[in-house]
Design a protein around this ligand. Structure first.
Ligand SMILES: [Zn+2]
Ligand SMILES: [Zn+2]
Length: 105
C-alpha cells in the first residue's frame, strides 16, 4: 500500500493530522462557496429604492425611503399586535366579571 500523501482529501479519510484537516477545510469552503454562488461582495447589488440595498449600506434618499416605509409598516404591525392583545385581555376580564356578577355560574 502506498504511503498516505498528507494534505489531501483522500488522506483525510484515514488521517486527521493538521495538513489533512486543512485540506478538508479548504475543500469544504470551496464546496460551500460553489453552493452559495458568488461571494457577497461580488454579487450584484439590489436596485436603489429597495430595503435590501439600504441594508447593504446605501443611504441614498430612495433607499432610505424604502427603509422608512418598511419600519413604519413594521411598527404599525407591532402596534396592531399589542392592541389585539390588549383587546383579548380586556375581553377575558369582561368575561370574568360577567361570571361574578351573574353569580349563577
Ligand atoms: Zn495527515
Ligand atoms: Zn441607494
Amino acid at each position: 500500500m502506498r504511503p498516505l500523501q498528507h494534505g489531501t482529501l483522500t488522506a483525510f479519510r484515514y488521517c486527521k493530522c493538521e495538513p489533512c484537516r486543512t485540506a478538508k477545510r479548504a475543500y469544504m469552503l470551496a464546496y460551500m462557496r460553489r453552493r452559495r454562488g458568488p461571494p457577497r461582495g461580488l454579487a450584484p447589488l439590489p436596485a436603489h429604492g429597495q430595503r435590501a440595498r439600504y441594508q447593504r449600506g446605501c443611504r441614498c434618499p430612495a433607499c432610505k425611503a424604502a427603509h422608512t416605509t418598511y419600519m413604519q409598516a413594521y411598527r404599525e404591525e407591532k402596534r396592531w399586535q399589542r392592541a389585539e392583545r390588549r383587546e383579548q385581555i380586556a375581553a377575558a376580564h369582561r368575561r370574568g366579571q360577567e361570571k361574578q356578577e351573574d353569580g349563577t355560574v
